[in-house]
Design a protein around this ligand. Sequence first.
Ligand code: ADP
Ligand code: MG
Length: 607
Amino acid sequence: MRIVAGVDIGNSTTEVCIAEFEQDRLVRFLASAAVMTTGTKGTTANVHGILAALKRAMGQIGRDISDIAMVRLNEAAPVIGDTAMETLTETIITDSSMIGHNPSTPAGAGQAVGELLSFEHLQKGTADRPYIVYASAAHTYEEVAAAVNRSAKIIQINGMILQADEAVLVENRLEKKIPIIDEVLRIDKIPEGKLAAIEVALPGQYIHMLSNPYGIATLLGLDAEETRMVTPIAKSLIGNRSAVVIKTPNGDIRENVLPAGEIYLDAEHPERIQLDEGAERIMQAVMNAGEIHDVAGEENTNIGNMLRRIKKGMQEVSCDAGSEIRITDILAVDTLAPVLISGALAGETCLEKAVGIAAMVRTQQLPMEAIAEELRNRMHTEVKIAGVEAVMAALGALTTPGTTLPLAMLDMGGGSTDAAVIDETQRVRRVHQAGAGELVSMLIQTELGLTSRTIAEQIKKYPLAKVESLFHMRMENGEMHFVEESLDPRLYGRVVLLTEAGLVRIEQDIPMERIREVRREAKRKVFVMNAVRALTSVAPGHDLKKISNVVLVGGSALDFEIPEMLTEEFANYRIVCGRGNIRGKEGPRNAVATGLVLSYIMDAQRT
Ligand code: ADP
Ligand code: MG
């Protein structure tokens, strides 16, 4: 009786599989486990995680790791994925000319135009013109409401701007109802005496005058040239529930196109692409390039620095310092990032154009032998580097019920999407492509303007719901869900994630529909694109129609919607495609580790 362990070290996850052999015959699989990879894949720092995973798996069957007769390590593909984001435009306001933001509770509805008058100067107002009054947080809502009620008998007050979050409290006390915008942080920057227009949308609606250049022109009496100048303002106010635009003679808002740099593809068909030409153009070039030897970016630009940083990281892990580090694939996707507008009054953001990039870095070989040696010393057991990752993954994928050769396998991990096709003679063609789960998380984080990657990662993994009362939620699919015990009041009115560990509240105030749209779009941009690209590349004659079965494996195949997106996409090519179920029980996990264990039989037969 021999216990053999397969160990798969991935970018993100280290997976192990344990099985029992009797005279080179597989008796049964005993256990499996997964832990987060410790350190960069392919370095001896991985040993810590490997031992933890082996202990966990052996613990499940009440055994110790000293009972393991042989450890089989994968010849980890010497590729590492990395991601970065590059903003292509920036919006700048000189001489404050607008406030457009989404305070959660503005008051009143409609539009108003008037000269800006500070609360302190209410008495200076004259009856010959309309005003918009603004008040700092130094004044209480009672004080503000009382004074405005008094002044409104003498002068015409059309609207208000408040620093404090008190629009509703003030409005409740006003005799004449007017639109009020609150939560304007930089109230001290408001230029008194200038003409301003404010707009508050009806509940459930968006503003429509100030998000339209001609609307602003109508309210502020602009000529054609001035109207052209305010177009970026109108653009950045689209989708707001309230806004202020101030007419300042020198006020200017511009959209700058940032110098983004050039990408050089050193390939069969070399090409240079300007980053700001957009993702579609970049990917077209990547696909027409044939085999890519290396990718570089223009010196002293963000893209140049980013690609250099990625290569440097790889240099540190690869065996000999002189070894060649190359970028063999990139995936570019267009995205939008909410960026603070410089010069804005209320911390407004504008959705700027950006490009997300994932890169696949390759070195000649990873120092796997060093890991094996370290394991031998720690475990006093036989350790063998046993097989090529993609081949092992395909062997493992084949244990999914209902599969047969020839088979295509798509391993969707954190840093890369790998594809392999294995035919009846067990010949394998494989490819490693840049862009997988981490790029999806990055896109979600930037597009929603989230401060942490962790919450983006959670948004990627879990469905959403809106807590509409303490006893019911509206699921993102529209279904109403009633609960028996009252929900935590802190969740009331909030968007939550339905995780295994219960409801997790999303701190940012972003509509559920928007989060869902961004999440699905990010997954589609990365995985549908990459799946088609990868399978075309390994298909016989690069013809997708020559593939009939695709098994999805890897961490991102656990996703609750990515496999369905791909099943739908590939149905168009009459390809059977679905989430793998390794050994009929592991789901899409453990393919490589299982393959490594199975390869023990072939090895044993050979000797
Ligand atoms: P690797 O083989 O590179 O170590 P994995 O196969 O472990 O990578 O995949 C890691 C990726 O899978 C990460 O991007 C992670 O966010 C993603 N992932 C893990 N679990 C889930 C899940 N339940 N839903 C969606 N994505 C997931
Ligand atoms: Mg993997």
